[in-house]
Structure formats: C-alpha cells, structure tokens
Design a protein around this ligand. Structure first.
Ligand SMILES: [Zn+2]
Length: 412
C-alpha cells in the first residue's frame, strides 16, 4: 500500500514538474511580436538584419572576446503597473520581491549554479533617475484606468487579444532606453496567454521587457529568458516552424538560434536524446534558459559571445556608459518623520530612528545587485547598525513589514 502511494506521489510530482516547466516558459510572446514585425515593418526588418550582421562579424572576428573579462553592468528600471492593490499584494509586488528577482537574474547570468558559463553581465536597479535624483529603481503606477487592463492585462503590439494597448500601458511609466533597461511588471498578458515577452534590441521608446508579476521572482526562468531575448538570443528551437520540423543545420552561426553550442531541436523535444541531432552537448539546449523545457539552468559560451557582441553595439552599447547606477549624494533620508537613517553617506555605522510603532520590525539591507548583505530587527527608537565589512557603494535598506519602503544608503 505504502509502495503504491509513493509511486502515485512520484507520478504526480513528475507530472507537476513537467507541466510547471513547460507552462512557465512556453508562454513567451516574443516570437509572435518579432515575426509580425519582420513581416510588416521594413524598418524593423532592416534593423534586425544590420544587428545580425554586426553581431556575426564581431563573433567571427572574436572582437568581443577581448573584452571577455570585463563585467558589464546594465542599469535597470522596474515599472510595476498594478491594479490599485496595496504594495506587497497581488500585482503590486513588494520592493523586496523585485530586488530578489534582480538578484536571481544576476545569479543566472553569472552562472552561480556552475552548470553553464558566466556571461559576465549583470544588472543593477537604478539609483539615479533621469533627472539625476536618487531612486530605488522601482516605479509604481495604477494601470486600472487604462481600458481593458484590469480585465485582461496588456496586449503586445501586433497581437489581437483583448487587453490594454501596449503603448498606453508603457506610457504610464518609462525611462529613456539609452540609459536604462526597462522592465514592466504587469498583472497579466493577454488574459493569461503569456508570462512574458521582450523586444529584440532595436531601441525605440518602448524597448524593454514585459513580465507578469507572478513570474518576477528570484527563481524565475522567465526573467533570464526574456532578458536573453533583449540581448538578441533566440529560442534554442528557433526555426522549427512551430514544433513541426527540425531546424536547418548547415551553418550554426546563421541557422537555428545562430549559436553553435546549442544543438538545434524542436520546441517540445526535451528528453534524454535529441531527435534532430546526435552531435553537440544536448544538455546545452534542453536545459537552456532559452528553451521551453523544464528545469532550465544555463546559458552557453556561444550565447555569451552573442550577448556580449550585442552589448557593445547600438542600441545596447549606451547602457554600458549609463550613470543610472551611480551614487546620488544625500544627507539624510526620511519617510514622513516616522523613520530616518543618518548619516548618509555613512562610514562604519548607520543610525536608524524609527517611530515606536515600527519597533520589532525586521529590516534587510541589499547591495545594488540585489544580494542580501545584512538583516536584523529595529530594537529601539534609535537602532545602530554596524556596516563593518561592507565595501563602499550603494545599498538598499528596507523595512518590509509596516513600512514597505526602500531607502538608499551609501557607504563611503
Ligand atoms: Zn521566448
């Protein structure tokens, strides 16, 4: 009896894993938008072809490899287009969830699990806004007044689902794409039809990625997948005609996903062998962030080369010299007198003055890549926090319960 119960549970959990994996990434909307634009917009088509030729030339010349030990940092702004819920509820996800999502994204790109390659590219939540003032890199806007948003979420341009017009949603909050990589967190895309989509790197006012709030998490496979598209990665099964036939495989730099160490396959082929090809490292495709298979966990060297070749040309190159993550000088920060941190910038300690109703609240301090560096509790109306070993730079201080706000702390 026990044996059969265990077997039953195993089957159920395998089914769950399978569905979760497929469901999580099978609903990326990038190709729908891209294919539509390639057919209808000659300017877009030319831009993609130009970028493709630049990237291919760069990879073939190994020009990008010269810079391979440089870690590129991309300033990110996150726009939360919520439905009017309190912060930390429903689609209005908390600052901490967003910071952890960016930290997880960095872990994926920096190959923290050791299963792929370190892309040497990471993301920082913006600390300086387009006006030069300090920011935590998160903007919140209630989008419920935009027609169809509350009922169906956003409709990607070119799609016919009955959500809100994409540009109307993005116009609620967007920062210059030359200086910030824009991420819009939305309640839904096409009434649950997709979990995310991204613009291939052609610039423009609405460049960036869109992701549903439930996928903006630290262990999300959707976030690195969409950022991968944003840096010109195709799906590993690109060219399968919609899961119909094996992608062409005569020149790996221009066929399939244009990457040579990800064997071409059909979208739903995720098993132990690849029916399309017996050569190459199959795990590089079936466990790839750009596949629709379950348990994705890696980018490859070929993808790294393509990402980095993309990062150094227009329109992504300007992000590498953006000041979006630079320190903004501030003397003291406060939130309507119930909370203040000083001095700021700080040296070895910060003093946190908190209203009595915040006592006992947990605080957390993240670095600007989203990594948790310190945590504790506000134990009195004047809590002294030792910054000790932390290196100089920008930190995000957050009192999640009660205050639900993030403050920038600078350590000199
Ligand atoms: Zn995709």
């Amino acid at each position: 009896m026990k044996k059969s119960l265990n077997f039953f549970l195993l089957i159920i959990s395998l089914l769950f894993f399978h569905m979760r994996g497929i469901g999580q990434s099978a609903e990326c909307g990038t190709d729908y938008i891209h294919n539509n634009l390639m057919q209808t917009d000659s300017v877009y088509r030319k831009q993609i072809h130009l970028l493709e030729s630049q990237v291919e030339a760069s990879i073939q010349n190994h020009a990008n490899n010269k810079l391979s030990s440089t870690i590129y940092t991309i300033p990110v702004v996150v726009h939360v287009i919520h439905l009017g819920e309190p912060i930390g509820t429903g689609s209005n996800i908390s600052d901490i969830q967003i910071q952890q999502a960016i930290a997880g994204l960095n872990d994926h790109f920096r190959n923290v699990n050791g299963l792929g390659v370190d892309v040497e590219l990471e993301f920082c939540l913006a600390s300086k806004n387009p006006n030069g003032n300090s920011t935590n890199g998160i903007n919140r806007v209630n989008g419920s007044s935009v027609p169809n948003y509350a009922a169906n979420g956003i409709t990607p341009t070119g799609n016919t689902c009955s959500g809100a017009v994409e540009t109307a949603i993005k116009d609620l909050s967007r920062w210059p794409v030359a200086d910030y990589y824009n991420i819009w967190v939305v309640s839904e895309i096409c009434n649950g039809g997709f979990v995310g989509y991204a613009s291939y790197p052609v610039g423009g006012l609405y460049d960036g990625l869109v992701i549903v709030s439930t996928s903006m998490t630290s262990n999300s496979g959707t976030l690195p997948h969409e950022v991968g598209h944003g840096f010109f990665l195709y799906h590993t099964f690109n060219g399968d005609g919609g899961n119909i036939s094996c992608p062409l495989d005569t020149n790996c730099l221009i066929n399939g996903d244009h990457v040579c160490d990800t064997p071409p396959h059909k979208q739903s082929d995720c098993g132990t062998t690849n029916p399309c090809s017996s050569t190459g490292v199959w795990d590089n495709s079936r466990y790839n962030y750009m596949a629709y298979c379950p348990l994705v966990n890696r980018f490859t060297q070929g993808q790294k080369d393509r990402i980095r070749a993309t990062a150094i040309v227009t329109p992504r190159a300007s992000l590498l010299t953006s000041v979006g993550c630079e320190v903004v000088g501030i003397n003291e920060i406060s939130s309507n007198k119930i909370f203040s941190i000083f001095p700021n910038p700080a040296q070895s300690v910060i003093n946190v003055r908190a209203d009595i109703k915040l006592l006992g609240s947990a605080y957390v301090i993240y670095d600007n890549t989203g990594k948790l560096v310190l945590s504790g509790k506000l134990i009195s109306e004047n809590t002294v926090i030792e910054l000790g070993d932390l290196s100089g730079g920008i930190y995000l201080f957050s009192v999640e319960e009660n205050l639900k706000q993030t403050f920038i702390v600078i350590k000199e």
